[in-house]
Design a protein around this ligand. Structure first.
Ligand SMILES: Cc1cc2nc3c(=O)[nH]c(=O)nc-3n(C[C@H](O)[C@H](O)[C@H](O)COP(=O)(O)OP(=O)(O)OC[C@H]3O[C@@H](n4cnc5c(N)ncnc54)[C@H](O)[C@@H]3O)c2cc1C
Length: 451
């Protein structure tokens, strides 16, 4: 193991490996990554691999767009098949408000250059013949979208990084991080590495890594489940006939995603009541960890899925995955310089980490090597959080962020959980005057007055 390096990346999930790859791609070959177990053994291995371009945030939308383009070119570059199925992605609307949300989103997509098409229910039926379109108002489609094999993607990025001189130390745990005059000393159970920069990409361990340098990184994961079914004769028949995959289907109003998997289907709901997990961090042994499944919690979404795709109700359940998915209070990741710590970088809190990893690594490498990012990173800025994010606040807000993934995101959305948190002395007076409050950095402040 090297004792000196320009950068140490902590964590070998897809997010850390992508950061390493992008630094090497920018010409910094003297960079290393330290992973406590095997690459992908945190949350990455069990992800469903969907690459949703849909995002209401300009920052996150651009990270996703970059990643989807990059992933399409990785096999040619590294010789490793990443299992990218560009099967497109359809988001359904069964009411007018939802269509309005899509019209608003189309503006974001156009601004950042993401291709989005509007579909009628009849067009949805043509692409997804197993979909019941009787009560739909319309849909949008991302033709460039699809899904990937997350572990293969990570290995391809690792190959691309190693080919450019980067090194990866597996089965090596970072146990301490100390600031020194010109950078940092990263202490591992196999020795220390002196470096100029540290990037924290430790997934479910984010708060533990933050503690090593005295900061609270506001990440607590939530349980997320998806169901894999047995094969369905209709889907198998389509395959035999050489018909294309029907693509990723999202029923926003019933709050789930669905795609084909080995002749069957995958269903992933975003339900209410999914509990925060690893609130004090995973155990030291944690590796390829899954939790006990809880299908009762998914029942309303399973019913919704059977209504939308009756074939889903005609096949048995093959396996249920219940794993940890990182969240922050607003659901966006935290990517950028840590507050108050020179050359310590945060790349944590990824709930769509397979999708965002490419873009987050790209922008961090620009920032570290060239001194600034090349896109507006305000939406993922670490300093939007502060010491108001206590553990109990994070549990409430992150559970809320998870259950809000598919809610209709009206403009100027304000979310109710864990409020009021910080109130000024004039709070009650303002309230009596009809103030309708919004929340900024934990503080309640009137957005407008309504009598
Ligand atoms: C059921 C499920 C389905 C999902 N489906 C999708 C999907 O379809 N699309 C999508 O985009 N996202 C999906 N996700 C989310 C996705 O899995 C995560 O966002 C992504 O894997 C996060 O990657 P990461 O590298 O940040 O974290 P991880 O993969 O958890 O990697 C962090 C790594 O850091 C290591 N580490 C931590 N501390 C230390 C230390 N002190 N020293 C050394 N190493 C350390 C850990 O061992 C771990 O390997 C899903 C999640 C779940 C639970």
């Amino acid at each position: 193991m090297k004792s000196k390096s320009k950068v140490v990346v902590v964590g070998g999930g897809v997010v850390g490996v992508s950061a390493l790859y992008h630094l090497a791609k920018k010409g910094w070959s003297d960079v290393v990554l330290v992973e406590r177990k095997e690459l992908t053994s945190g949350s990455t291995w069990h992800a469903a691999g969907l690459l949703p371009l849909f995002n209401m945030s300009y920052s996150v939308g651009q990270l996703h767009k970059y990643a989807v383009n990059l992933y399409g070119s990785l096999e040619e570059e590294t010789g490793k098949n990443v299992g990218f199925s560009r099967v497109s992605n359809i988001r359904l609307a069964n009411n007018k408000d939802r269509m309005d949300e899509y019209f608003q989103y189309a503006g974001v997509a156009q601004t950042i250059g993401v291709d989005v098409k509007f579909l009628t229910p009849e067009q949805v039926k043509e692409i997804w013949p197993l979909c019941n379109t009787s009560d739909l108002v319309g849909a949008i489609q991302h033709p460039e979208d699809g899904y990937i094999q997350p572990a293969d993607l990570t290995q391809a990025l690792a190959t691309g990084a190693r080919n450019r001189g980067a090194e990866i130390y597996r089965n090596t745990t970072v146990v301490g991080i100390k600031q020194i005059k010109n950078g940092w000393v990263v202490e591992t159970d196999k020795g220390s590495i002196e470096c100029e920069h540290v990037i924290s990409c430790s997934g479910n361990f984010a708060r533990q890594t933050g503690k090593m340098v005295g900061i609270d990184i506001p990440v607590i994961p939530v349980e997320h489940q998806y169901i894999v079914t047995e094969p369905h004769p209709e889907i198998q028949k389509r395959k035999k006939e050489g018909l294309p995959e029907m693509g990723v289907l999202r029923d926003s109003d019933s709050r789930w995603y669905m795609r084909e998997e080995a002749g069957g289907l995958i269903l992933g709901p975003y339900e209410d009541g999914a509990p925060a997990c690893y609130v004090n961090g995973p155990s030291k042994e944690s590796e390829y960890e899954l939790f006990q499944e809880d299908l009762d919690r998914l029942a309303p979404h399973i019913e919704g899925a059977i209504h939308r795709v009756p074939a889903f109700g005609e096949v048995g359940v093959k396996k249920v995955y219940n794993g940890a998915i990182c969240y922050t209070p607003d659901g966006n990741p935290i990517v950028g310089p840590a507050w108050g710590l020179k050359n310590f970088w945060i790349n944590e809190g990824h709930s769509f980490g397979i999708t965002a990893a490419g873009g987050a690594g790209w922008q961090l490498a620009e920032w570290i090597v060239d001194g600034e990012p090349t896109i507006d990173m305000l939406g993922v800025e670490p300093r939007r959080y502060g010491d108001y994010c206590s553990k109990s606040y994070l549990i409430k807000k992150n559970e809320e962020a998870y259950s809000h993934v598919f809610i209709n995101h009206f403009p100027d959305e304000e979310r109710p959980a864990a409020r009021p948190l910080r109130t000024a002395p004039c709070y009650d007076r303002m309230k009596n005057l009809g103030a309708v409050f919004g929340q900024k950095f934990g503080w309640e402040r009137p957005n407008f007055f309504c009598n």
